[in-house]
Design a protein around this ligand. Structure first.
Ligand code: UFG
Length: 325
């Protein structure tokens, strides 16, 4: 039986997708360079290969060893701030690395790919909620690297018949409901784990980056989407690639402020979160949230299961208390 290659399958969203695909009976192979990924995040039952997008020979070896039906591609650097100070790293790994992957796929006649894109490809919102027709003007090299890849896919689709689904996530959050895997970034920059670590006393406090935004409570609004809902969407996209090829948003359409997150985390944990007000962080739009009922629902039949922020945070809290890596 042909396998699904999950590139970057030891990372946060990749590992949850591997877990879901394995549960649904898909034979997967995980490849990861383990720069940011965690070997422990990949189930024992799933073959693991150390491979690097920067090394075409490691990709050729992978494609020679297994017969792949499709690729799910998560392998990318994702720190927005670092992409501004070190764009070479981002274009080299994210864009050139993806070209190496596409070349290896093309050589072996593998023409299906599901890809981690991002709402960062839109840049500063011109309107909200954001649908797929929103103009794409990313404001940092990270967002631009992801947009370039979407454009490369479109060209490969026209020229070589590539079938692709570029999934533009809003804010990925939460952990596996069973507590077995979760988010573990080093350094951690994301709001929910930082709030939970402040509650645990591992950090002095959470800094609220600005409370003078034009939003109801003055803090930024985001659309938090549970990582297991993202995993399901990847599987559905994979199953529909014969009928759908293109880009789509993955969000809930629910907007949640920084202060809402802190309040919900306090409710879930029953503990106070030490908070400090800090200046705005450069490049943070006041609000970013997806239009509900878009193509992810109408084309893939996807419906996020986690619609309450407390439920998302409860899974993150379960993980945060018993992290394995
Ligand atoms: N925030 C704080 N304090 C912190 C960390 C974050 O107030 O210590 C705020 C941010 O200003 C923002 C919100 O919490 O308003 C969420 O911030 P995150 O860093 O958790 O997430 P972002 O919205 O910045 O980033 C996410 C993805 C990126 C993607 C981006 C698109 O993590 O990969 O959305 O804009 F590029």
């Amino acid at each position: 039986m042909k396998k699904i290659l999950v590139m970057g399958g030891a990372g946060y969203i990749g590992s949850h997708t591997v877990k879901h695909l394995a549960q649904e009976g898909y034979p997967c192979v995980v490849a990861d360079n383990l720069v940011y990924g965690h070997r422990e995040a990949v189930p024992e039952s799933v073959p693991f290969e150390k491979a690097d997008l920067a090394v075409p020979s490691s990709l050729d070896a992978l494609f020679a060893k297994y017969d792949f039906e499709a690729v799910v591609h998560f392998a990318a650097y994702t720190y927005v701030g670092e992409s501004v100070t070190d764009p070479q790293k981002y274009y080299q790994n994210n864009v050139a690395g993806t070209l190496n992957l596409l070349a290896a796929m093309k050589k072996r006649g593998v023409n299906k790919i599901v890809f981690s894109s991002t709402c960062a490809t839109y840049g500063e919102p011109q309107y909200t909620p954001m649908d797929e027709k929103h103009p794409q003007n990313p404001i940092n090299p990270y967002g631009r690297s992801k947009l370039m890849i979407e454009q490369i896919f479109a060209d490969y689709a026209r020229a070589y018949g590539l079938r692709y689904a570029a999934l533009r996530y809003f804010n990925a959050a939460g952990a596996a409901a069973d507590g077995s895997i979760g988010e573990s970034h080093n350094p951690e920059t994301h709001l929910i784990p930082l709030v939970l670590q402040a509650i645990k006393g591992e950090r002095d406090c959470i800094k609220i980056f600005g409370d003078d935004y034009p939003t109801p409570d003055g803090t930024c609004l985001r659309d938090y989407i549970h990582v297991e809902d993202l995993a399901t969407a990847h599987r559905l996209a994979l199953e529909k690639l014969d009928r759908f090829s293109g880009c789509m948003n993955l969000g809930t359409g629910v907007k949640t402020s920084v202060k809402d997150i802190i309040a919900a985390a306090e409710k879930v944990t029953g503990k106070k979160c030490p908070v400090r007000l800090a200046p705005r962080r450069a490049g943070d739009p006041a609000e970013l949230y997806a239009a509900a009922h878009g193509p992810a629902e109408t084309v893939l039949g996807w419906k996020p299961q986690y619609m309450q922020i407390e439920d998302i945070i409860a899974t993150a809290w379960k993980w945060e208390q018993n992290k394995r890596y």
